[in-house]
Design a protein. Structure first.
Length: 652
């Protein structure tokens, strides 16, 4: 964490020179597309000509954001980047002004937008006061340039902004961030690839600036952190904030956790009917883990997720009685409700704030920040002795619950929130923790199949999928959202078999949604094998998805992210057409790498059938940058092995 240096009056001229060295304000620039601009683009579909942001802080609860963004589109791929503006407003954000100016290649103004142009609609639902303003302004010929200017007034400030001046894949000619605050305000900063800014004090106000110029296009390295964690970034923070009628402090993670915990105070009282239901549900349960499991399933069966973001509702959960009566809530409300159910059963739990999504941004231990968009629940469980008649010991310590999903298994967060820094909110404050990471067996797929080939290369197959963890949740969601007529499409997508028809389908094993579900299907496959003269060429791996293809990256600098740990095992029995026998089989394959391990074996059974066993285990989905080439080599070898074929020929 760094803070820009304060400048004395004697050094003011030097400061002025430094400010001048930052990207210019360019009030008079026409933004004509010159040969130099085209050369700087170097084939990119769009170039950021100017990106200025001003953040003006009046008090802990009042601020104004002003943005000026100028982008040139060089072709259809850059059209949206230049001409489409999407702004979220409402709640504590008042959109005061939006203006757009369209220029042709010579910099002449050929169109404008503003006022009531565009569309303004609710962001997600009737229960949310956030809105989305969409304005579009496009040229008829390329290149064209669009300048956007807008202003947002903040009537409640929970955190200062994060500035990312360079979008992925676009060069930036000029970008600057300007921060103005009362001189007594504490300013905290964290930067990546931006260096230190400059600061000037004048008339009781401090003005700070950061900038960059002539930055060529940069692409995020594949299979790594999200692009915003690989390109320049500025994070800003202070020590106090005010939002709604709930002021707080953000000078430590503990203080922010205490503020969030205070929002839930006195909001966990359950109606008598809910309390009675809890005791009925847990009756006969031998352990706290079993009680928590039953209550979590009850939550999934009786509530649904609805975004409720009214006023301070973006952070403050609706009380437990509200959720019990209406049977819905957002992540905060459902987590608070689940916490209340567990408390009634005598089980302690804590909400955990996290940034959910495909990737979560890294948190800095020494830079407390409002970097969260989701909350999960950590359930404290005492050590439990192994029960009789069990084949494996009961897990101990804690269980983690995703309270918004009807598909997640008990104690399985999934890729949406696992393996990332988070803030656990305790009775006294908050502490940084890491959400748990799945072991490979927690995301397990077992496929067993009998494939009856015919001499034309077609087949009928009976296939069973036993699914845990992420594959289980994905399957339940996919089949819940589709009709029986659409199931074939789901299986085509999963298997990669375009010529697949579903003759029969059995979801009965998933009806009660245990931690491991079984799905069965009878399939007709038009092209299970390929005829070559009097031979049949049979793919040994018909049902597994394609292995990831890692592209070549020279001078890798970013760590390797391969999703979640997982385990797959396929056992496929091919019943050969009458008169055919196995002529050639590939040699067994066994590969071990830092990322995981793979095995493929094919043999002829005593009855003449072809039996194939395949295993793919991704054991270490997070690897250092220097392991990228080994991971790339591993998955390329897996892809080659998966493409192996057996040769059948007629004995007649």
């Amino acid at each position: 964490m760094t803070a820009p240096p304060r400048l004395t009056f004697a050094a003011w001229c030097l400061a002025a020179a430094l400010f001048a060295a930052l990207p210019a304000r360019a009030q008079d620039a026409a933004f004509a597309v010159t040969p130099e601009t085209a050369a700087f683009a170097d084939g990119a579909p769009a170039v950021v000509r100017l990106y200025e942001t001003e953040y003006d802080v009046a008090s802990p609860g009042r601020a104004t954001t002003r943005v000026r963004l100028v982008t040139t589109a060089f072709g259809p791929a850059g059209r949206e980047a230049a001409g489409a503006l999407r702004l979220v407003h409402g709640g504590f954000r008042d959109l005061r002004r939006v203006e757009g100016t369209l220029r042709d290649a010579d910099g002449r103004v050929v169109g404008t937008a503003g006022g009531r142009d565009g569309e303004d609609r609710a962001l997600t639902s009737l229960y949310e006061d956030l809105r989305l303003r969409s304005v579009e302004l496009y040229g008829d010929r390329y290149p064209f340039t669009v300048e956007w200017a807008y202003e947002i007034e903040h009537r409640g400030v929970l955190g200062w902004p994060t500035w990312r001046p360079q979008p992925e894949g676009r060069p930036v000619e000029s970008a600057a961030f300007w921060l103005e605050v009362p001189s007594e305000a504490l300013v905290r900063t964290w930067t990546r690839d931006l260096g230190e800014g400059v600061r000037v004090r004048s008339g009781g106000r401090d003005r700070y600036a950061w900038g960059l110029a002539d930055r060529p296009a940069a692409e995020a390295e594949p299979f790594g952190p999200p692009w915003w964690d690989q390109l320049p970034e500025l994070r800003l923070g202070t020590d106090r904030f005010e939002i709604g009628d709930a002021p707080g402090r953000l000078d430590s993670w503990d203080a922010f956790g205490a503020w969030y915990g205070g929002l839930s105070q006195d909001r966990q009282a359950l109606p008598e009917a809910a309390r009675a239901a809890v005791h009925q549900i847990i009756e006969g349960a031998a352990t706290d883990r079993e009680k928590a499991r039953r209550l979590y399933r009850h939550l999934q069966q009786t509530t649904r997720y609805v975004s409720v973001q009214l006023g301070l509702g973006g952070w403050q959960p609706f009380d437990a009685a509200y959720v019990f009566e209406r049977r819905y809530g957002d992540c905060k409300a459902l987590t608070n409700y689940m916490q209340a159910l567990l408390a009634e059963a005598g089980i302690a739990s804590d909400p955990v704030l996290v940034e959910a999504g495909e990737h979560g941004s890294a948190l800095a231990e020494d830079f407390p920040d409002n970097a969260f968009n989701h909350v999960v629940l950590r359930v404290a469980l005492p050590d439990e002795a192994e029960l009789p008649m069990r084949t494996a010991p009961i897990r101990t310590g804690a269980a983690w619950l995703e309270c918004t999903s009807p598909y997640a298994a008990f104690d399985h967060l999934g890729a949406f929130t696992e393996g990332r820094p988070a803030l656990r909110v305790t009775d006294t404050g908050g502490e940084l923790v890491q959400t748990p990471v799945s072991a490979p067996d927690a995301n397990r797929t077992l496929r067993t199949a009998t494939v009856r080939l015919d001499e034309r290369g077609g087949a009928e197959a009976d296939v069973a999928w036993a699914l845990r963890g992420e594959p289980r949740a994905d399957a339940l969601a996919a089949f819940d959202r589709t009709t029986s007529a659409e199931h074939a499409g789901v299986l085509r997508e999963v298997t990669g078999l375009p010529s697949l028809d579903v003759l029969d389908f059995d979801l009965s094993g998933a009806a009660e949604r245990p931690d491991e579900i079984t799905i069965g299907a009878r399939l007709r496959i038009a092209h299970a094998a390929r005829r070559a003269g009097g031979r049949l060429l049979v793919s040994l791996v018909p049902f597994a998805g394609a292995a990831p293809a890692l592209p070549r990256v020279d001078a890798r600098t970013q760590p390797v992210w391969l999703g979640s740990a997982s385990a797959e095992r396929d056992t496929v029995r091919f019943v050969l057409p009458e008169g055919y026998a196995v002529h050639r089989l590939p040699e067994p394959v066994q590969i071990v790498s830092p990322a995981g391990r793979y095995r493929l074996e094919a043999e002829t059974a005593d009855d003449g059938a072809l039996v194939v066993v395949r295993e793919l285990v991704v054991e270490t989905p997070r690897l250092p940058a220097e392991a990228y080439d080994e991971a790339r080599t591993f998955f390329a070898a897996v892809a080659r092995a998966d493409a192996e074929q057996a040769v059948l020929r007629t004995e007649r």
